[in-house]
Design a protein around this ligand. Structure first.
Ligand code: ADP
Length: 267
């Protein structure tokens, strides 16, 4: 594992915020990721693109510890997430160790996954109060600020059912931010929305990308959005990185035929 923290020319440090090392993920007989290595620097916003089934969502889900790692390691700021090498052996970490690191990562899903029986503000303060042990009054004040940020200050006491899909998704973004994540995973956050509701959600995320240095890992079909917010784009196929580069490079002058074909089909 790298130990020094010398800045590299692109501003990242040599200890990446996220590192996948020889990651293998199988679902039964199906090998989705086979010795995948990738790194994401502090504050980087990386979009994963590629055909359906190429393993993009699996990468996010592994980072969120929603799937078991078949083999290999994931590090967050150099700390092992689920497995570590100890005494020459690969050992699973204890749930407490896992959740300590896992807590630094937020996720927004395609299906907003709000608690339907709770108001908007209750949804947002649930984890800060029950996981971080924040005082409810303090959490409420912060939640109101976050709702303002996502343009939903007036909806604090509404229930999710009373909101549009786009509004629910913006609540889900506020809920993720309430945990002060250092990393946020965005998994097809607009795919379940009617087209006219997509813009507001993407604009909320564009603002977030501009205002914060949260490291973002993004899976999206919205190529313009990917272009606007990412510093790096990784093209996947069959669980492998085909190529990676700046959005300008990947979207206007990709090296690989596979990338060209994929972009022709989606742009
Ligand atoms: P992408 O996000 O690029 O569309 P995914 O990571 O969702 O790809 O899926 C990669 C492959 O893993 C696909 O073949 C998919 O069918 C398979 N897969 C994903 N989740 C599961 C699961 N829970 N059980 C079995 N197969 C799965």
């Amino acid at each position: 594992m790298p130990t020094d923290n010398q800045p590299t020319p692109d501003g990242a440090t040599t200890t990446p915020r996220i590192e996948f090392k020889n990651v293998v993920k199988k679902f039964g007989d199906l090998t989705v990721l086979n010795n995948l290595n990738l790194t994401v620097g502090h504050g980087e916003r990386v979009t994963l693109i590629g055909p359906s089934g190429s393993g993009k969502t699996t990468i996010l889900r592994l980072l969120m510890t929603l799937e078991d790692l078949t083999d290999g390691y994931i590090f967050v700021d150099g700390a092992p997430l689920t497995h570590a090498e100890r005494g020459g052996k690969r050992v699973a970490l204890k749930p407490k160790e896992v959740s300590k690191t896992r807590r630094r990562i937020g996720m927004v899903f395609q299906q907003f996954n709000l608690f339907p029986n709770m108001s908007v503000i209750e949804n947002i303060i649930e984890a800060p109060v029950h996981v971080l042990g924040k005082k409810p009054e303090e959490a409420r004040v912060e939640a109101k600020g976050l709702l303002e940020k996502v343009g939903l200050a007036a909806k604090a006491d509404a229930h999710p059912m009373q909101l549009s899909g786009g509004q629910q998704q913006r609540v889900a973004i506020a809920r993720a931010l309430a945990m002060h994540p250092e990393i946020i995973c965005l998994d097809e956050v607009t795919s379940a929305l009617d087209p006219e509701l997509v813009g507001d959600v993407l604009n909320t995320l564009r603002d977030l990308a501009q205002e914060t240095d949260i490291t973002m890992l993004i899976v999206t079909h919205e190529m313009q959005f990917a272009r606007d917010v990412s510093n790096r784009v990784m093209m996947f196929d069959g669980g492998q990185i085909v190529e990676e580069g700046s959005p300008d490079k990947i979207f206007t002058d990709p090296d690989h035929n596979r990338t060209k074909k994929f972009l022709e089909a989606v742009l």
